[in-house]
Design a protein around this ligand. Sequence first.
Ligand code: ADP
Length: 478
Amino acid sequence: MRGLPVRPQLWITAGLLAVVACALGTAAWWLPAGALRSDTPEGRLSLHAFEVAAVLGVALALLLSILLTRILVQPLNEIGDFASGLSAGDLDRRLRWRVGGPLGRIAADLDRMADELRRRIDEATAEKEQLQAVLGSMVEGVLVVNAAGRIVLANPRLREMLGVWGDVVGRAPLEVIRHAGVDDAMRAAASTSDVVAHEIQLGGGEGRSIRLHAVAFPQTGPRLGTVAVFHDMTDLRRLEAVRRDFVANVSHELKTPLTAIRGFAETLLSVDVPLDDARKYLGVILRHAERLGNLIDDLLDLSRIESRKLPIKLIEVDVGRVAAAVISGMELQLRAKTLSVKLVEGVTPAAWADRRAVDQILTNLLDNAAKYTHAGGHIEVQIEPEAEHIRVEVRDDGIGIPKEDLPRIFERFYRVEKARSRDLGGTGLGLAIVKHLVQSMGGEIYVESAIGSGSSFVILLPRADRQTAAGERRTAFA
Ligand code: ADP
């Protein structure tokens, strides 16, 4: 607590001393003439008494002044202290005086004011925390600038999206987000009441697409600033591009055999074709029709797998038996090309897989191995257990795949040599189907290959006995 203020104490003391002086003066004036004389014994006595009274009066005045100061000024001091504390942010203190009168009312008002301030500040803090939580958990980026075009707020998502770090408050958007498009959109929005939409590309061609909507606020009255919301459109744009490419690819793939079929059919209809040639043309038509059929089958399979409409039923599958069945089903094809196929399998536990899916995976891989291996080549299917998986490797000593093509060969319609694949009846969808089937069974696939020395496709399928042990047996996978 601060000390008593000097001025009130001085005034009170001076006032009381004046009262004492007046009292003494009045008393002296009222005393009979010569009563305060020092040359008579009576006069000396009353002079002495007068002096004692004066000293006592002064002492009493001083005592009273201290007492009065304490009674009158101390409450004011407390109120002053309390008010300074309040203005400095100390909202927890209260006066709690239980007295009436003007000072009591002031104290009660101050306590109420402190309560109200506390309530409002608590409300404002809660609102701010809520806003921060909302802004922090948003998947969209948010940027707010004030009327002077300086940043007031940039939420964490915006920082992450645009790679903005450090303190940005008070800076201009262009200083922080080095993309003129953002600044242009913010400025355009500031001068209209419409929402301004704009899309920017970050990091060049393969970079990210960010779409922003900016609007000035408030909509009526003087402008306080502009708020912009940023959406990352990269995945959507990529999907759109994939869909566009896919439609273009499918159309192209369908068009090629159709054009051939139409061409040969027209020739057969328009001119007299010798029987031998006609048979040849019909053979070509049949081959292209088969290609069309294969393509449509593969497309339907892929779409069913991707849309999870193909029922995948996980059971214990003896991969060795499935492989043996697939190999024997391909015997004619393999013999025609004088390819040797070896199935290498030790004691292997069952895989936790879908039997039809494993059949299709092995069929596609062996079909590729046969297609892309020269006559007289060797193919080997090796099945062996690993700690958590059954490892299935389909290896050939065929033409191999260039290193730069390896990351893309599981993409739909991706082919190292388009012409060769088409001539061999390929659709470019076989490996895409394989990849999706393996993934839908919780497995993995990878490839190793070198041009001229063959390819090796490895699949890891979950082991059935591990599923049981872990109590994670799944009966269906859709
Ligand atoms: P396709 O129907 O063209 O065979 P896939 O999706 O099955 O389509 O394979 C994609 C491409 O991967 C093939 O066109 C081929 O270039 C390459 N490829 C796949 N398997 C092999 C292999 N065993 N040896 C060499 N290249 C292969």
